[in-house]
Design a binder for this molecule. Sequence first.
Ligand SMILES: [Zn+2]
Length: 122
Amino acid sequence: MPRCAGSKGDGTPCERIVGASSRFCFAHDPQKASQRSRNASKAGRAGPLKELREVKGELRTLAADVLAGGVDRDDAAVASRILAVFLRAVEQERKVKELEDVLPRLAEIERRLDAEGGRRWG
Ligand SMILES: [Zn+2]
């Protein structure tokens, strides 16, 4: 079985099995780089941003309905408070995802700096 000719982030060879007609797996094929980044940005849009947009729409509808007299003001106040809590939850989720993305990279930078320091001064 042919294996991918690319290498992983740590420099070791990628071991994914590829089709007979290709040299690289999807993650390492240079010709699929633009498709990869498109997929990544699509994945980013599907999460918190989509939810934020939906809630914004709901709030706008709610405000219009209250002003038009179609919704009880107390009900609208409760609904908007719930939506506000929901927005805070979405924001927290976004922060956690951001940290989950950044922390491993930070650890990797620290690891490299340590290795460098060890060579220079150790
Ligand atoms: Zn690969």
